[in-house]
Design a protein around this ligand. Structure first.
Ligand code: MSP
Length: 503
């Protein structure tokens, strides 16, 4: 077994159908995990659904079903969306599963036993869509700063987690682990929040039944965020299978959107400390996918379902777009025109044309049988550099850079064909050398782009006459120049990425 690589997405609320914002984190997480599997790591990729809380209870009620029925239905929609998007998660966790109840009760029970959970009274301003409390000062025009909707005044007897005891320990921990939150701007945000002073937080509810019961006081259920964060350790056998737990923890990568930084970079590490386990090794925070400059939301009616876009650009075109278009970390504005333009430029033109040109010329000049690559092609050096750059970028969680690098190789191969014009030359060793190098380039591209476009790269692989699938091979070994054996029949077939007419 290779070295462990554990990556999680947030678990998604089931009040809503999956939209391209949820899919964004999931696709990036999936592609990074696919790369790591090819690099020989033993990968655990976890995603799932967050099924408790007031918001879900309210939506279920509005739809006239009980919460469990509602969550079963909506969770299934997430699973269906991930099947459609070629997501290969190793585990899909649902917070209503018995394994999760057991882990939450054990984890929070451990904090209680160690003395960092105490009873108190909570009064505050609550935003239901956020499932979070705000202070007067945090409101924007009297509304929730995220949803810009009114908040509700709440008062309850609650159990409190003594977060106020953890400020110094968190700062020390971040001091000792400078890469624990990336990018650096987000680390600074977490540090500023901790330095501004931490208050104890209310972690149970009595006004609500839809949650995990508090084991030492069954009149209470845990506040949804407290149960939700624990999913990351439920899935690896917390309190159940110590060997399995040790294998994956704390070397985890939590990939999250920026609005849930505080939960993951302040609360969660403090909870881990309080429960007596190490905080997560790394949290990667990305920006929002905006539509027309705004965050998608049900109330703004600007949500887009992945299926709507897949209908236009296919699964691989979809995945490629979201991995390539937005530098992971920053906010990005989605536009349909932008997606179609990039599809046409990068997939239909650059990659698609390289393949159709090569297969057409091999058919004409080599009777359809591809020559082996020459040892000394100028493309060999480009391929080596690109492979190294792509590997570095995937390791840094920078898929857009990895794909940018990969496309440099495609450009170089197209340019090499144009410089040599094998279609005009007489068949012979010179033509074989140019075509062999181009086919080898396509083989290497199929490997490098496989984490982003598993389906299309499998297709490309078969068209080159190769057996198996590119993602069964190991990197970097498989990308070494000269791997293509030659003597294989190329398949012509229809364009891999048919051009799309812009609207
Ligand atoms: N259930 C909580 C997370 C609990 S994790 C222990 C939650 N769920 S959510 O359904 O609202 O999904 C939040 C995550 O979905 C974001 O952190 C982000 O990863 C992804 N996105 C949802 N909308 C998004 C955009 N508009 N843009 C980019 N990502 C977005 O919060």
């Amino acid at each position: 077994m290779g070295r462990p690589f554990y990556l999680t997405t947030p678990i998604y609320y089931v009040n809503d159908a999956p939209h391209i914002g949820h899919a964004y984190t999931t696709v990036v997480g999936d592609a990074i995990c696919r790369w790591q599997r090819m690099a020989g790591r033993d990968v655990l990729f976890l995603t799932g659904t967050d099924e408790h809380g007031l918001k879900v209870a309210q939506v279920a009620e509005a739809n006239g079903v009980n919460p469990q029925e509602w969550t079963d239905r909506t969770s299934a929609r997430f699973v269906a969306a991930w099947r459609q998007l070629d997501i290969a998660e190793d585990d899909f966790i649902r917070t209503t599963e018995p394994r999760h109840y057991a882990a939450v009760q054990r984890f929070l029970g451990a904090i209680y036993d160690r003395g960092d959970i105490e009873l108190g009274t909570y009064e505050g301003l609550y935003c239901v869509p956020c499932e979070d409390y705000y202070t007067e000062a945090q409101l924007v025009d009297g509304n929730c700063p995220v949803h810009l909707k009114p908040v509700t005044a709440m008062k309850e007897e609650n159990y409190f987690f003594k977060l106020s005891r953890y400020g110094d320990r968190l700062l020390e921990w971040y001091e000792a682990h400078p890469d624990a939150v990336r990018p650096g701007t987000k680390r600074n945000e977490a540090l500023a929040f901790i330095r501004s002073g931490l208050e104890d937080i209310s972690i149970t509810r009595t006004s609500l039944r839809w949650g995990v019961p508090v084991p030492w006081d069954p009149g209470h259920v845990f506040y949804v965020w407290y149960d939700a964060l624990v999913n990351y350790v439920t899935a690896i056998g917390y309190g159940e299978d110590p060997d399995r737990f040790q294998r994956w923890w704390p070397a985890v990568h939590h990939v999250i959107g920026k609005e849930i930084l505080r939960f993951h970079c302040v609360w969660w590490p403090a909870m881990c400390m309080a429960a007596g386990i190490d905080p997560p090794a790394s949290v990667f925070v990305h920006g929002w996918l905006l539509v027309g400059g705004e965050k998608m939301s049900k109330t703004r009616l600007n949500q887009i379902a992945p299926a709507d876009l897949i209908a236009d650009v296919g699964v691989d075109g979809y995945r490629y777009h979201f991995l390539r278009d937005v530098p992971f970390g920053a906010d990005g504005d989605f536009s349909h025109e932008g997606m179609v333009a990039r599809y046409n430029a990068d997939l239909a033109n650059n990659l698609g044309n390289l393949l159709s040109r090569v297969t057409a010329v091999v058919a004409r000049k080599c009777e359809g049988v591809a020559p082996a690559p020459p040892a000394d092609s100028p493309l060999a050096a480009v391929a080596a550099q690109v492979s190294a750059d792509a590997a570095g970028a995937w390791e840094r969680f920078a898929p857009h850079e990895a794909l940018e690098a990969t496309w440099r190789l495609i450009h170089a191969a197209n340019a090499h064909l144009e410089d040599n014009e094998p279609w005009k030359a007489e068949p012979g060793p010179a033509v074989d050398a140019v075509l062999g190098a181009a086919v080898e380039t396509l083989r290497i591209v199929a490997l490098l782009a496989a984490p982003a476009m598993p389906g299309a790269c499998g297709q490309l692989w078969r068209r080159l006459g190769l057996g198996g699938r590119p993602d069964e091979l190991r990197l970097p070994e498989a990308t070494a120049w000269g791997g293509y054996p030659g003597g294989l029949v190329l398949e012509r077939g229809t364009p891999l990425f048919p051009r799309i007419q812009p609207d």
